[in-house]
Design a protein around this ligand. Structure first.
Ligand SMILES: Nc1ncnc2c1ncn2[C@@H]1O[C@H](COP(=O)(O)OP(=O)(O)OP(=O)(O)O)[C@@H](O)[C@H]1O
Ligand SMILES: [Mg+2]
Length: 599
């Protein structure tokens, strides 16, 4: 898990600061060399004005960009590398000096800046070389400019200023070592172009924005070096590739400085974010506003759920934190020491640390509000689920009770009645009148008990609902009702047990109420179903005035229907009848249809 803190003080906690400002010292020395180099170039008369100006812009550009980069991120090596490139670039001009030892040192450092440039391009923007290939290429580049190129100095005669490091004057060896150096440079350049292309393809939008100046100049400079390495030092090729290289060389620091400027200007994006935050935003609108402000369309927002210790997205789904090396990073947002959210974004945004800090700071309150809303939504979903489970468990218990009564108590009572009737027959004419009456009363009492038990069991959970389904169960209710009831319903498939039970109890309770309270004569029951909704409506023509809060029957229906994400409405105007309607989503209460019959 890569988690960076949005607050700057945490960054600083890991910053190793050198007691001596080494980078600024080198930059100062580089400026000195730059002035000397420019004077030497002007005096040397062999450099055109454009060449001198381009060199100056490139060299001082690197020194300036390096100081800016180091000041922004002291722990990042990019600043140091830029300053080294600028300083080495000017040191190369020392070979134009008329003083023998200065001239000789200049010869040794004749292509020093290329090594640092290769290192900088491959290490940009983190300052670290990310792969073994990158380390190999940088090693080869340093070997070319600090071993092979200085080796030519041992064999090369220079005039008019003598080369103090000359060991054996040998133009042949000098040329051969020079060629080897050139070819190694071309190989490194090909590798660099390949690495840059691969990185560009793999990078997201924010990383591409950071990489653009380096990518452009690395590509142009690399292509120039390859052409030079392959075609050799023939004059037109040499001068053309030198031009290309010089322009690319200038582009890199200028491009970097332009990017830093844009990042700073990017704070105006914060202004529009602040404007957007004035209105209440939905989770997706807040995500979009943050993505715009950070320039990262792939941004994800995770809200912290302390109870579950996970981040969840706007819809309450768990959001995984990115793993190291995935190219994505998470920035934690905290308020008053409490974790609020995590922004999961392109790892390149850490290069715009200031913008990230500003954006997370500005959006802290909105994120906190969304976190609380997400928490409430998640709790609501849990409550709904648990209410559904409670209703389902109660229904299961009712079915069990009805079965126990049906399969246990009822057969025993029926057997007892039959035994009594048998005893009655056997004692017919034998027993005295009192005993015969006692037997007859007992049998009648048991018969009544059986009827009552059946009614009771039906009230708990009608067996016909489980066995035959919703419409036959409602039909049975209609047939037993003393009222004039009209049922309007089309044939329908079996639904889930919870859905059938809810619909049945709506009809049963509304019919009982019509009989008990309404003094109604007619009742109309409508059952409609579509692919996604089951609608029940029970309307009586009674006295009206039903009050959902006055008893437990209608309230129980409301709970039952709500547990299935449905809605219950009661329209009851005094003197104008009562209508109880329920709308139940077909997908609620589980998708399994009820079994076709009892085992
Ligand atoms: N169809 C109706 N016509 C007139 N009044 C009604 C009707 N249905 C309900 N009521 C009134 O609304 C109240 C609440 O009804 P509800 O079904 O919730 O409770 P109940 O029938 O009194 O008791 P329970 O259903 O728990 O046995 C009733 O007491 C009754 O006064
Ligand atoms: Mg009632």
């Amino acid at each position: 898990m890569v988690v960076g803190a949005a607050r700057p003080f945490r960054r600083r906690a890991f910053t190793v600061r050198s007691p001596i400002p080494v980078v600024y010292g080198i930059a100062g020395f580089g400026v000195l060399l730059g002035v000397v180099g420019l004077v030497l170039k002007v005096r040397h008369h062999q450099h055109s004005l454009v060449d001198t100006v381009l060199g100056g812009v490139g060299g001082f550009g690197f020194l300036c960009a390096g100081v800016v980069a180091h000041t922004r991120q002291p722990a990042n090596r990019v600043g140091l590398l830029m300053v080294l490139v600028g300083t080495a670039f000017f040191a190369e001009d020392l070979q134009m000096s008329g003083i023998a030892w200065v001239h000789s040192v200049g010869l040794l450092l004749a292509s020093a800046s290329s090594g640092f440039t290769a290192h900088l391009i491959l290490a940009f923007p983190s300052g670290r070389l990310g792969s073994r290939l990158a380390r190999l290429l940088v090693g080869a580049a340093y070997a070319a400019v600090f071993v092979l190129a200085p080796a030519t100095v041992l064999f090369g005669v220079t005039w008019p200023t003598p080369n103090l490091l000359l060991v054996v004057p040998d133009a042949g060896v000098n040329a051969q070592v020079g060629n080897a150096c050139r070819i190694l440079g071309a190989v490194v350049a090909v590798g660099m172009v390949a690495v840059l292309l691969a990185r560009w393809v793999a990078a997201g939008l924010p990383m591409r924005r950071v990489l653009a100046p380096v990518f452009l100049s690395g590509l142009v400079g690399g292509a120039g070096t390859v052409v030079y390495g392959v075609l050799g030092g023939a004059d037109p090729v040499l001068s053309a590739s030198r031009w290309v290289y010089q322009v690319a060389f200038c582009l890199l620091p200028l491009g970097y400085l332009a990017w830093v400027g844009r990042v700073r200007l990017g704070r105006t994006a914060l202004g529009s974010l602040l404007g957007a935050l004035r209105e209440p935003l939905s989770p997706s609108e807040l995500r979009a506003a943050l993505a715009r402000a950070l320039g990262d369309p792939s941004l994800q927002v995770g809200y912290w759920r302390p109870a579950a210790e996970v981040f969840v997205d706007g819809d309450g789904r768990p959001l995984a934190m990115p793993s190291a090396g995935s190219g994505r990073a998470a920035t934690l947002v905290e308020r008053d020491g409490r974790r609020v959210a995590a922004l999961v974004h392109d790892a390149a945004l850490h290069e715009d640390g200031h913008v990230l800090t500003a954006v997370t700071g500005a959006a802290g309150l909105a994120l906190e509000n969304q976190r609380l809303a997400a928490e409430v939504r998640a709790q609501l979903a849990e409550v709904r689920a648990s209410r559904g489970r409670i209703v389902a468990a109660a229904d299961a218990e009712r079915r069990r009770l009805e079965r126990d009564l049906h399969d246990g108590a009822q057969p025993r009572l029926v057997t007892a009645v039959l035994s009594l009737r048998l005893a009655q027959q056997r004692l017919d004419g034998v027993a005295d009148a009192a005993t015969a009456a006692l037997l007859a009363n007992s049998a009648a009492g048991l018969d009544a008990a059986i009827v009552e038990l059946r009614e009771f069991a039906r009230g708990i959970h009608p067996a016909i609902l489980t066995d035959a389904g919703l419409l036959p169960a409602i039909q049975a209710l209609v047939e037993r009702s003393p009222l004039d009831v009209r049922l309007v319903a089309a044939a329908m498939p079996r639904l889930s047990p919870a859905l059938e039970a809810a619909a049945y109890f709506v009809v049963a309770e509304a019919m009982t109420n019509a009989l008990k309270h309404a003094r109604a004569e007619h009742v109309r029951i409508t059952v409609e179903h579509s692919a996604d909704l089951l609608r029940i409506d029970v309307t009586d023509d009674g006295v009206g005035g039903a009050d959902i809060a006055a008893g437990s029957g209608l309230l129980g229906l409301l709970d039952r229907v709500s547990a299935l994400d449905g809605g219950l409405t009661v329209h009851s105007v005094p003197g104008r009848g009562t209508s109880v309607s329920a709308a139940l989503p077909r997908g609620s209460g589980g998708n399994d249809p009820a079994p076709a019959g009892r085992p």
